[in-house]
Design a protein around this ligand. Structure first.
Ligand SMILES: Cc1cc2nc3c(=O)[nH]c(=O)nc-3n(C[C@H](O)[C@H](O)[C@H](O)COP(=O)(O)O)c2cc1C
Ligand code: SF4
Ligand code: SF4
Length: 295
């Protein structure tokens, strides 16, 4: 990728931290006098910035990164661990919202939280679209309903079923057949009559996470960014939930893609509905992981 990472030898303390943290093990601490680069590995630099983040004297410079632009100083006070665990333990999937818009400053903080999410590797592929207007969400809903109405109808047709299976692959087809269709069959009457909104949940805001469908490794990045977004929303007194029904609806609706300005080349991978929680939960929910093995 590049071979011009450099060390200011006048200020370098030769502490070796940059070599320690580098995921690609590009630097070597030869002895107590010098850090050297492995020339064969320099092209592997993923520009993760770990070396610059750890360097106590700002001596390490990765080509294209700058201390002033790409880094920030650690907050003086790190929140006690108890606050963090309380925060993640009290998060809930919120599907009931107050009829109150989310201020732009809070949406910006959620976006900022997403920028802190770790990417698998750079360049970052995640793109987001923030819908700040409840009216836009409301107008989108009928188009989402139509996609699912069409899907349920198509799944009743043996020829269309073969086509869908071919288009989405075996695993997704199984999910559609066993979960999505039965779910939507039960929900569509209320959705169509306007009695219930079990897709966008009358959310005042929504965030869509998308990426170029030809890019590599974007799905995991997007899910991690989404997770950061949820936690930030919760920390800010908001609530939200992932909505797996929304991305496929957008994928299959020209109107929705246009409404949300999703580029033709992009696929929406994640979505998050967002707003002020209407109800207060009295207690948290305990869950177990499927397996925990200590070795
Ligand atoms: C999906 C995903 C896959 C990753 N895979 C690797 C990996 O194979 N090897 C590795 O050293 N780091 C891996 N990482 C760590 C990233 O390289 C790291 O998060 C990124 O360089 C940013 O560094 P930071 O989050 O510690 O600041 C992965 C991260 C993610 C989110
Ligand atoms: S930017 Fe990352 S990969 Fe590149 S040298 Fe620094 S630590 Fe290593
Ligand atoms: S972390 Fe900084 S001071 Fe330490 S060896 Fe690397 S470049 Fe030098």
């Amino acid at each position: 990728m590049n071979n011009t990472n450099s060390i200011n030898r006048n200020t370098c303390k030769v502490c070796g931290l940059c070599a320690e943290v580098c995921p690609m093990k590009i630097m070597i601490k030869n002895d107590s006098t010098e850090i050297s680069f492995r020339q064969d590995r320099l092209p592997l630099c993923i520009k993760c910035g770990q070396c610059m983040a750890v360097c106590p004297t700002k001596s390490f410079v990765v080509e294209g990164l700058s201390y002033s632009k790409d880094f920030f100083e650690m907050p003086d006070q790190i929140a006690p661990d108890i606050m963090f665990f309380n925060m993640i333990a009290t998060r809930r999937a919120v599907r009931n919202f107050k009829d109150k818009p989310v201020p732009k400053e809070l949406l910006e903080k959620i976006v900022q939280a997403m920028t802190f999410a770790p990417p698998g590797f750079t360049p970052i592929k995640t793109e987001i679209t923030i819908i700040q207007d409840a009216e836009v969400v409301r107008k989108a809903l009928p188009h989402m309903i139509k996609v699912y109405d069409d899907l349920v109808a198509a799944m009743n047709n043996p020829i269309a079923r073969i086509f869908i299976r071919h288009k989405v692959g075996a695993a997704k087809y199984k999910t559609i057949k066993n979960h999505v269709v039965p779910l939507m069959k039960s929900r569509l009457p209320e959705l169509k009559s306007g009695k219930e909104d079990t897709i966008t949940r009358h959310a005042p805001s929504m965030i869509l996470l998308h990426a170029d469908r030809n890019a590599e490794n974007y799905e995991t990045d997007i899910h991690i960014a989404l997770t950061y977004g949820f936690l930030a929303a919760h920390a800010l007194g908001l609530g939200g939930s992932a909505m797996d029904l929304i991305p496929p609806a957008i994928e299959n609706s020209r109107e929705l893609r246009r409404m949300f300005s999703i580029p033709e080349s992009n696929t929406v991978v994640g979505s998050m509905i967002l707003g002020y929680p209407k109800y207060r939960y009295q207690r948290g929910i305990k869950r177990e992981l499927k397996g925990v093995l200590w070795i």
